[in-house]
Design a binder for this molecule. Structure first.
Ligand code: NAD
Length: 486
C-alpha cells in the first residue's frame, strides 16, 4: 500500500503557512527497501532568515493570546495526533524503519506531551518579592524567550521535536523546527499540518527541512534566541560553541553509552528481559540504548545464556511488510558502522554469541561477550542492535566501569537489594538511573536529560519545561517618582 502524499508539503515550505520555497526537492527514502517514497521541499539559509523575520513579527501577538485559547489549540493538536494515527504511524514505519508498536508508542508519548503543554499556559507566571523601600512592589515574571529554534534527529522524530516545540509554543514563543532530512515527513510536514489545522495562528510555527547548513543558519541567526537540539555529541558541541559565542541559550540533549549493571543477587530473567529491551528496541537506535551490560562474574554465563536466547528469538525484516521485532537501520552507512564496530571488537578478542550478521540495512540482534573497556563496542555509542557484555568482580568496579564513559545519560541497576542498588546509583554520574528496570525510560511528567557528553544539563518534561522555554524579568513599581542623592 502506498502512503498518502500531499502535494502541499511536496512542493511547499511551512513558513507559518505553506509557501513556495526556493530550495531543491529532498527525496524521502524508505530504509527497508531503498525505494523513493516521496519528496519534500528543502529549505535554504535564506528561508531561515525569512522564517525568523516572520516569527519575530508574530511573537508578541501570539504571546498576547489568552491562556485558555493557547491551551485549546494545543488540546486540539493532541486530538488531531490521535485522529491521524494511521497516517502518522504509517510514515514513521516507512520513512524511519520503525516497527508498528514503536510508532504507536511514540505517537502516544507525543500526545501526552501535547496534553502537558496545554496545561502550561495556565501555570502561575510570576512571584512577588518584598522591597526595603516603602511602597515599592517587586514583580518577578516569566516571559517568552522570543523565537526558539528546534533541531531534531530522525530516530524518534515526532517525540523528540514535539517535546520542545509544544512547550515552547505554550509559553508564548514562536518556533522554527528543523527536522532531520531522513524524517522530514513524519517529523516535519505532518506536524506542520497538525498545528495549522489545530488553529495555531499564521507565522507562529515554521518547519524547515534540510541538512547541517540549514541547522547552522538557524543556530547563527540573531533573531533566534534559543536552540533546543537533540542529536549527536559532536554536532551538539559545535552548536554549543556557537551559542556560547553568541550568548544564546542552548538546551543540548546528546548521545549516550548507557550501562545496565547486573549484581550477583539480581533476578536474571527480569534483568535479561530488560537488557534485551534496552539494547534491541528500535534496532538500538535510541540515545538511552543499553550499550554496556556489566554483569557480576558469578552470574555472567547465566545472564549471557538468557540474553542470547531472547536475542535469537527476535525477527528482523521490513516492518511495513511483516510483523517483526527489528526493522532496518536508518541507512547503509549506519549499518556498516555497526558491522565495523563488531569486527574491530572481535579482532581484539570479543566473542559473538548470537547475531552479528548484516544484510543491507538490516542487522540481527547481536550479543557479544568477553568485552573489555578498550574495545570500540564498549567505548563507542553503537546505535545498532548490539548488546556487549562485560564481567566485573565488585560493586566498586561496576561503579568505576559505569563512570569510565564520558557520556552520562541513563543507567539501570539490577539487584535483589534496592538499598545496594541505590548506593551504586548515588555514585554514578548519569542524569537518569532506573533500579530493576531498563535504560530506555521516558515519562512526560518527569524531567529528562543527561550529564557530561550527553548534554549541558538541559531538562525536558514536567516542571523543567517552564525554566527551559522562558526567561524572566524583574519589574519594580513605585507609584511616585523618587529622588537620589544626585
Ligand atoms: P546528528 O547530530 O547528526 O543530527 C541531529 C540533527 O542535527 C539533524 O537534524 C541534523 O540535520 C542536524 N545537524 C547536523 N549537523 C548540524 C550542524 N552543523 N548544525 C546544526 N544542525 C546540524 O544526530 P544523528 O546521528 O542523526 O542522531 C543520532 C544521535 O542523536 C545519537 O548520538 C543519539 O544518541 C542522539 N540522540 C540523543 C537524544 C537525547 O535525548 N539525549 C535523543 C535521541 C537521539
Amino acid at each position: 500500500m502506498d502512503m498518502p502524499v500531499n502535494p502541499v508539503w511536496q512542493q511547499h515550505l511551512f513558513l507559518g503557512g505553506w509557501q513556495t520555497g526556493e530550495g531543491e526537492p529532498l527525496a524521502v527514502t524508505e530504509p527497508a527497501t531503498g525505494e523513493r517514497l516521496s519528496q519534500v521541499k528543502a529549505a535554504t539559509p535564506a528561508d531561515v532568515d525569512r522564517a525568523a523575520t516572520i516569527a519575530r513579527d508574530a511573537q508578541q501577538r501570539w504571546a498576547a493570546v489568552p491562556f485558555d485559547q493557547k491551551a485549546e489549540i494545543l488540546r486540539t493538536a493532541a486530538a488531531l495526533l490521535k485522529e491521524r494515527a494511521g497516517e502518522i504511524n504509517g510514515w514513521n514505519t516507512r520513512e524511519c524503519g520503525s516497527i508498528g508498536p514503536k510508532a504507536e508508542w511514540e505517537l502516544q508519548a507525543t500526545y501526552e506531551q501535547a496534553q502537558m503543554a496545554a496545561a502550561l499556559p495556565m501555570q502561575p507566571s510570576g512571584q512577588i518579592f518584598p522591597s526595603n523601600l516603602p511602597g515599592k512592589r517587586n514583580y518577578w515574571q516569566r516571559i517568552p524567550l522570543g523565537t526558539v529554534g528546534v533541531i531534531a534527529p530522525w530516530n524518534f522524530p515526532i517525540l523528540l521535536s514535539m517535546r520542545s516545540v509544544l512547550p515552547a509554543l505554550a509559553l508564548g514563543n514562536c518556533v522554527i523546527l528543523k527536522p532531520d532530512p531522513k524524517s522530514s515527513v513524519c517529523g516535519g510536514a505532518l506536524m506542520a499540518q497538525v498545528l495549522q489545522d489545530a488553529g495555531l495562528p499564521e507565522g507562529v510555527f515554521h518547519v524547515l527541512p534540510g541538512g547541517p547548513e540549514v541547522g547552522q543558519a538557524l543556530v547563527e541567526h540573531p533573531l533566534v534566541k534559543m536552540i533546543s537540539f537533540t542529536g549527536s555529541t559532536a554536532v551538539g558541541r559545535k552548536i554549543g560553541e556557537t551559542c556560547g559565542r553568541m550568548l544564546k541559550k542552548a538546551a543540548l540533549e546528546l548521545g549516550g553509552n548507557n550501562a545496565q549493571v547486573v549484581l550477583d543477587d539480581a533476578d536474571l530473567d527480569a534483568a535479561s528481559s530488560c537488557g534485551a529491551w534496552g539494547s534491541f528496541l528500535h534496532q538500538g537506535q535510541i540515545c538511552m540504548q543499553t550499550g554496556r551490560h556489566l554483569v557480576h562474574r558469578s552470574v555472567a554465563d547465566a545472564y549471557i545464556e538468557r540474553l542470547a536466547a531472547r536475542a535469537g528469538n527476535l525477527a528482523c525484516g521490513d516492518p511495513w511488510q511483516q510483523q517483526v521485532h527489528l526493522g532496518p537501520l536508518i541507512n547503509e552507512a549506519q549499518a556498516r558502522r555497526v558491522e565495523d564496530i563488531l569486527q574491530r571488537s572481535v579482532a581484539m578478542g570479543a566473542r559473538i554469541v548470537v547475531g552479528g550478521r548484516r544484510r543491507g540495512n538490516f542487522v540481527d540482534a547481536t550479543v557479544i561477550a568477553d568485552v573489555t573497556p578498550d574495545m570500540p563496542v564498549f567505548s563507542e555509542e553503537i546505535f545498532g542492535p548490539v548488546a556487549p557484555v562485560m564481567a566485573f568482580d565488585s560493586d566498586d568496579q561496576a561503579t568505576d566501569l559505569v563512570n569510565e564513559s564520558p557520556y552520562g545519560l541513563a543507567a539501570a541497576i539490577h539487584s535483589g537489594s534496592t538499598e545496594r542498588a541505590r548506593r551504586i546509583a548515588e555514585r554514578i554520574r548519569v542524569g537518569m538511573v532506573h533500579i530493576n528496570d531498563q535504560t530506555v525510560n521516558n515519562e512526560f511528567q518527569v524531567p529528562f536529560g543527561g550529564l557530561g557528553s550527553s548534554g549541558n544539563s538541559g531538562r525536558f518534561g514536567g516542571p523543567a519545561n517552564l525554566d527551559e522555554f522562558t526567561t524572566s524579568q524583574w519589574v519594580s513599581v513605585l507609584d511616585e517618582g523618587i529622588q537620589y542623592p544626585f
